[in-house]
Design a protein around this ligand. Sequence first.
Ligand code: XIL
Length: 365
Amino acid sequence: MITRRDWLRQLCALALASRISPAELLKPADVPNLAERAQRKNIMYGAAATMGSVRNDAAFANAVATQCKVLVPENELKWRRLRPAPDQYRFEPADWLQQWATSKGLQFRGHTLLWPDGEPDWVSGVVTKANADKLLREHVSRVAGHYKGKMHSWDVVNEVVFPKHGNPFGLRDSVWLRALGPEYITLAFRTASEADPKAMLFHNDAHLDYDDVRGNERRAAVLNLLRHWRETNVPIDGLGIQAHLTAAGPNFNPQKLREFLKSVAGLGLVIMISELDVNDKALPAQQRSEVSSSACYDYLSVVLDEPAVMGVVTWGLSSKYSWMNSGADRTAGLPLDAEFQPAPMLHALARAFDEAPARPQPRKK
Ligand code: XIL
């Protein structure tokens, strides 16, 4: 058997011959590959990214292609970007990302068809009770139809729950809700399912993670909605849990979260952790990576215990490109640092994948 000393000696000789340092030689094997670690358990891992960051930064594109099995366009499919005017559809940026993802063997996940917070102003100006049904169908079928057969999944609706607005089912106030009532969501799911029968269809929502008043209200409202949709045969496949965590955040109650996930799974739905990152901006910079990575590990080790959780998407891959950055003040709550080197959070994710129970097979429609 070769001793560690001999092995290091050989490594040094190799390094000298090839003019690279032993440290560099060791690097590739040392960096956990998240896509691969997750895939061993039939879990999918990926990240959200913008077209600009992937197209203009080759090193970043390479990191995404290496670490991910699924790519989510961070903004390019949101109504505000995609359809700035009623008769103007700008598919090019999302098309570019979709083609790039396919060329690298990554799946593509659509975010999002309807988002009350992401609609351009013209929408509220044109929607009436008389035309809402037609406008909603038109948008959903045009966009979902454009990517027919190319989408792994769609967030059909995003952030539609907001119990404080006092509407039936705890729904967020929106032009669609006012015009069509809660059934606007059913209409969106049915239209998406007709336009792209193979894509998995998700309700994606926020603030479902913590044991505070908001978390309790949202989990209850989401479960109530999901039950209603299952009873009325709405073609929904799963729940997306955004999981924008906070490093020094509200109380985390593993038991409550487990029960919630189990109830969702009990309805025959899958779960995607769809926008994971850790907001660490309240912490001093030197504490951020440590606190973020342990918050991420604590969360994932609970969540991945539930076999219905089929995947994890981080909202960004590197802290060079995070929506939480403000100027030079960068978050550490993503897997790679700003130089695309592994951050402690990458090791937290890899460890959580390693410790997760294996799913019998990857979940597909
Ligand atoms: C964010 C993007 O990351 C930002 O670049 C953009 O300016 C605003 O939207 N929940 C969601 C995502 O569902 O779409 C949001 O993405 C982050 C919060």
